[in-house]
Design a protein around this ligand. Structure first.
Ligand SMILES: [Zn+2]
Length: 303
């Protein structure tokens, strides 16, 4: 297991895109600063999707324009799913982007209206253009471990996509269990194969805890050589286009677990828990994460 593990906090994107409450740009900026203060080094703050499609992400351009100071402090990223989104990101001066496609034909069609082949063509142009603009690209494969519409996803399809994205010039590669269907043996097998293709390119893992296997998958991924882990405060998250897709693994829970395992993330889980609690108060219902509740209740001594 690597000891330099980076946590990419995606609560502001994957988390907030799934809740009905729309938080203000000002509030998102405050949380961005709180996350930096908590020691988070990578933050995904939004998604350049069609503004009408996901209203909670409509202020992504504004967020980028207003976070130039924060972008000098830590890695601030956004998600772009098509050329139009990339053009907006370039216009906002984004320095780091997540550009992804799906390994499931049905999910690809529902999410972007494109077949995998069409998505591959577009993503190549996007990566080339982004690199021309000196934007670092993390390329992701959604539904890499299964799809609610199609069931099993062929591992060869995922490995071919990984190879393709690297050939397009991706700086980092990420496998996403968008639907929370992965299991640890599968994660171990897939990550090892992807690493053998990717060489020195850092590999990330994006996990949802839909079937309660998220943290077991995290452990499998870390042992297999993953160095970037996506999490969301309070375990918020899900895909608006996948029914029943629930939260990401929770940042504070992951930080606590890694801390006990001797992996220093540099993140203060108490400060993350404070954000989760603030969001819980506004939403009026508990978030899936567990550590922020334990910290709040102060019922159990933590070691
Ligand atoms: Zn996700």
């Amino acid at each position: 297991m690597h000891h330099n593990i980076y946590i990419e906090e995606q609560g502001l994107r994957d988390g907030l895109q799934t809740v009905s409450h729309i938080f203000s740009t000002e509030q998102k900026l405050i949380w961005t600063r709180d996350l930096i203060e908590a020691g988070v080094k990578r933050i995904q703050i939004g998604s350049f999707v069609h503004k009408g499609k996901i209203p909670a992400m409509a202020d992504t351009d504004d967020l980028f324009l207003r976070s130039t100071h924060e972008q000098q402090q830590v890695l601030i990223s956004g998600l772009a799913l098509n050329k139009k989104g990339l053009e907006r990101a370039i216009h906002c001066g984004a320095k780091y982007l997540s550009i992804s496609l799906s390994a499931s034909e049905t999910h690809s069609l529902k999410n972007t209206g494109k077949t995998i082949e069409q998505a591959k063509e577009e993503i190549k142009e996007m990566i080339v253009l982004a690199k021309e603009k000196n934007i670092k690209v993390r390329s992701g494969i959604q539904c890499a471990f299964g799809c609610r519409f199609e069931g099993k996803i062929s591992e060869n399809v995922v490995l071919d996509l990984a190879e393709y994205l690297i050939s397009c010039g991706a700086d980092e590669l990420s496998l996403a269990d968008s639907t929370g269907m992965a299991h640890p043996v599968q994660v171990d097998r897939m990550i090892k194969q992807v690493i053998s293709i990717a060489g020195n390119i850092p590999i990330g893992l994006h996990l949802h805890n839909t079937e309660n296997k998220g943290y077991a998958n995290l452990y499998a991924g870390l042992n297999a050589g993953v160095t970037i882990i996506d999490t969301a405060f309070g375990g918020l998250g899900g895909c608006p286009f996948i029914k029943g897709a629930t939260g990401n693994i929770a940042t504070e829970d992951v930080v606590h677990m890694l801390d006990q395992m001797g992996v220093d993330t540099g993140i203060d889980m108490y400060k993350i828990a404070k954000i989760s609690l603030e969001i819980e108060k506004v939403l009026g219902y508990p978030l899936p994460g567990l550590m922020y509740k334990m910290i709040q209740n102060k019922t159990i001594a933590l070691i």
